[in-house]
Write a protein that binds this ligand. Structure first.
Ligand SMILES: Cc1ncc(COP(=O)(O)O)c(C=O)c1O
Length: 475
């Protein structure tokens, strides 16, 4: 008999998820056991069907059940290794004393919150296999030859179509296909900022931009981005003093904080940079990965000065390994930047470009993205619930409306994030240290945690370990 408590802090779907999870992991529900149909269970429990469907989706993304077409949901034959290794017979998770044991098994069960991508079990392997086979059958040797430096034309058209649906009226001629978004940023920087030139960015900012500035010997000047947004007064003062060659920023789901630049700030920023004729490089690599809100229009969509370049790609939402990114710029700039790309690597691999075109054109990607987004949202909520459970009122964090990360602030009276990182690693968990997202190491008490890599119970265990590590400093 399932008993749900409407007054409990956990939502109904979380309670239902926990109910089934406990029975599956304990072996009470055996492999192959069928779960009740969602409609029937919802009626029996007098709850909405959506709560049951959400709980079932969470079980599926945790790898505990599998759906069989037209037959329903079944307990998997083999539990994910994380469960078999970590679950205890007398409770949910291993206690921290067990977690601290340094054994080969424990190493395998290390929980890494530090990654910058989706987990590999979210990669569209089947769709990619089909796409590559189709390409090789259809295009034969052409799929394995050089492509134009600007990119495979059908891919550029498919990207332009995708961007039109986000309100960006770009043509295929403005799109340069690059080796990931990272290369798009690097090419734009190389083309617009001379040696020893000045690059502006926000603080915090994307760590890969800091790397580019350092390896290319550029002066990187930062403008604070706080809860109130970007300090535009400060930006204007610094522009007047140090007229930059380029201003790089992410407007949506800033990596690491998840912040989104408000619409009024987008407009003010555009007016300001147009006034001083400062080109902007907008990084939109997480655009389209929203969990709830209608996305705001990008600077590139709002701009009418021709001074905004837009870099993005498919690494964060689909596959990082095919290295398909792109850069949008005005037609004149496009020519110049294409020459820099040609000098760098001639072209982006054609097979990957054609496979991505196939994925975009077939509609498979839309379905895939929907599923991944749904699973990630469940994971985000699970991580936030775990933070609430352990660290409520002591640590502070945001609720990101998209992207992959939660940005956590720990009290400055305790260990720094770097100290915590060392201790946490001993307990089998890590995260990205806040200081890495600032050229001035301005975030010593911040942690960036990727919430997409594990199913909810593992996220909870990871936060438990982090909390235990943090508490150990007070002992
Ligand atoms: C903000 C941002 N821009 C660009 C990139 C690079 O993306 P890609 O893997 O497509 O080169 C990343 C990867 O973490 C990122 O977070």
């Amino acid at each position: 008999m399932i008993t749900l408590n409407r007054d409990a802090p956990d939502t109904l779907y979380q309670q239902l998820f926990n109910y089934f999870k406990e029975r599956i992991v304990s072996g009470e529900m055996k492999p192959g056991c069928r779960l009740p149909a969602s409609r029937v269970l919802a009626d029996d429990l007098q709850i909405s069907r959506a709560s049951v469907v959400n709980a079932y989706d969470a079980l599926e993304s945790a790898g505990l059940v599998v759906s069989r077409v037209r037959r329903g949901l079944f307990v998997v034959d083999k539990l994910p290794v994380l469960y078999t290794e970590w679950m205890l017979s007398d409770g949910d998770f291993i206690p921290s004393t067990v977690a601290a044991q340094s054994t080969a098994q424990e190493h395998q069960a290390f929980i890494s919150f530090s990654t910058g991508s989706l987990p590999i079990d979210f990669m569209p392997v089947e769709a990619m296999r089909r796409a590559i086979n189709t390409i090789l059958d259809r295009d034969a040797g052409a799929a394995l030859g050089y492509e134009p430096t600007e990119g495979h034309k059908p891919l550029r058209r498919a990207i332009a179509d995708q961007l039109h649906s986000r309100g960006m009226s770009v043509t295929a001629d403005q799109i340069l296909v690059t080796g990931g978004c990272q290369q798009a940023i690097d090419l734009a920087v190389q083309s617009l900022v001379p040696p020893n030139g000045i690059l502006f960015t926000t603080d915090p900012t994307y760590v890969g931009l800091i790397d580019i500035a350092r390896t290319r010997n550029l002066e990187l000047i930062t403008i604070p981005w706080s809860e109130r947004g970007i300090d535009l007064n400060m930006l204007e003062n610094i522009i007047q003093e140090r007229h930059p060659h380029l201003f790089y920023l992410m407007t949506t789901f800033l990596n690491p904080t998840g912040a989104v630049l408000s619409m009024p700030q987008r407009r003010q920023l555009l007016a300001l940079t147009a006034h001083y004729k400062i080109p902007i490089l907008e990084d939109g690599v997480y655009d389209g990965f929203d969990y709830e809100e209608t996305p705001l229009q990008s600077l590139c969509a709002l701009d009418d000065s021709g001074l905004v370049l837009y870099a993005s790609g498919f690494s964060k939402t689909v596959v990082p390994g095919t290295r398909i990114g792109y850069l949008i710029s005005s037609k004149q700039l496009h020519k110049r930047i294409s020459r820099v790309k040609q000098a760098a690597d001639v072209c982006t691999p054609g097979l990957n470009q054609r496979a991505m075109t196939e994925l975009l054109r077939s509609g498979l990607l839309i379905n895939h993205l929907e599923k991944v987004r749904h699973a990630c949202k469940i994971r985000r909520d699970a991580l936030l619930a775990a933070l609430n459970r352990f660290a409520d009122g002591v640590w502070h964090w945001n609720t990101p409306s998209g992207g992959l990360y939660v940005w956590i602030e720990i009290p400055s009276t305790g260990p720094t994030a770097a100290d915590l990182h060392q201790k946490a690693a001993q307990l089998g968990v890590d995260f990205a240290i806040g200081n890495s997202f600032s050229p001035d190491a301005a975030w010593p008490y911040h942690l960036r945690v990727n919430f997409t890599s594990y199913p909810p119970p593992v996220l909870e265990e990871g936060i438990h370990r982090l909390w235990t590590a943090w508490q150990s400093f007070a002992l």
